[in-house]
Design a protein. Structure first.
Length: 302
């Protein structure tokens, strides 16, 4: 090997030898620890803290510098994002739903598996060149990247980002009152009475209430002038119930009183004034009183 033995000693009673080159630098350092068989490995050349000139840790009291160089030779010292594998290519979004996004990319020889990232968080570690990320929010865009990992665990650099937008609409919060919600078409009939409806029939049985005549369900049809009031803050009957009732009343007038609850007559003088004008002129009630109404103030406790 072109080296001369310069010195030898024992380590915990085992033969310990160092072979040096002509300049006195250690090249091979064997230990005879298995029935006298020499075991050795090359040390790092040069000087400095990483060139300590001693072999791997065969015994507890021996230097481990050579182990570092063996790891370096096999690429075991690579850190995340700087591994020997090249950047994956062809990353794209193949399909999306309201809560998932499917990705695919070009397979890479030498990759044991891949790491898929959604933003800065790891979403999965598939062994194939495709992945479906689930549990996503609707109507939201995610930036996705992927990196290859080899058998030793070394991670390659991340790919360029692919944008995946889930289907559906993102949640929006509305703070308008019931009147404006209905006017904008976002709210319809209220089910404020729904929890009570389940118990109506048993209650009638307990009190021996006879069944109502079927004619009670007949649709009322009339040409008599009719005034239909609705409250904008009515939580029992929705603001579109008036239109529903008036559909078979040919001379009905539907008036929605903003900011008022279910019984508009009991809480506001405005509908009372409109009702008086209706009796005076059934075909020309005065709804100008509605302009005087203002939204109430709401206060919340601590």
């Amino acid at each position: 090997m072109g080296s001369d033995q310069r010195w030898h000693d024992t380590a915990r009673a085992y033969p310990h030898e160092v072979y040096q080159d002509a300049s006195g630098r250690g090249v091979v350092e064997p230990y005879s620890i298995l029935l006298g068989t020499p075991l050795g490995q090359a040390v790092g050349p040069g000087t400095g803290v990483t060139r300590c000139g001693a072999a791997g840790r065969w015994l507890r009291d021996m230097n481990i510098c050579a182990s570092c160089w063996i790891g370096h030779l096999w690429g075991l010292d690579a850190t995340d994002g700087a591994g020997p594998l090249p950047v994956l290519s062809g990353l794209g979004v193949s399909a999306t739903t309201d809560t998932s996004a499917s990705l695919s990319w070009t397979a890479l020889d030498g990759a044991a598996f891949c790491r898929v990232y959604g933003g800065s968080s790891q979403a999965g570690s598939p062994s194939s060149a495709s992945f479906s990320d689930t549990g996503l929010a609707s109507g939201t865009t995610y930036g996705c990247t992927v990196a290859a990992v080899d058998d030793s665990g070394a991670v390659g650099a991340s790919s360029t980002s692919a944008q995946a937008t889930t289907t559906g609409a993102a949640h929006r919060c509305y703070t308008e009152n019931n009147y404006h919600q209905v006017a904008a078409g976002r709210a319809h009939r209220s089910l404020g009475q729904a929890p009570q409806l389940t118990f109506l029939r048993p209650e009638c049985d307990v009190w021996n209430v006879p069944a109502a005549p079927r004619s009670l369900r007949d649709v009322t049809r009339s040409g008599i002038p009719t005034l239909v009031f609705l409250g904008g803050f009515d939580s029992r009957t929705g603001a579109d119930e008036g239109t529903y009732v008036a559909r078979t009343l040919s001379r009905a007038e539907v008036v929605t009183v903003p900011y008022e609850p279910h019984v508009v007559f009991a809480t506001s003088k405005c509908p009372q004034q409109i009702a008086v004008s209706f009796f005076d002129a059934p075909t020309a009630s005065n709804t100008a009183y509605l302009k005087s109404l203002k939204p109430p103030r709401f206060e919340t406790g601590p």
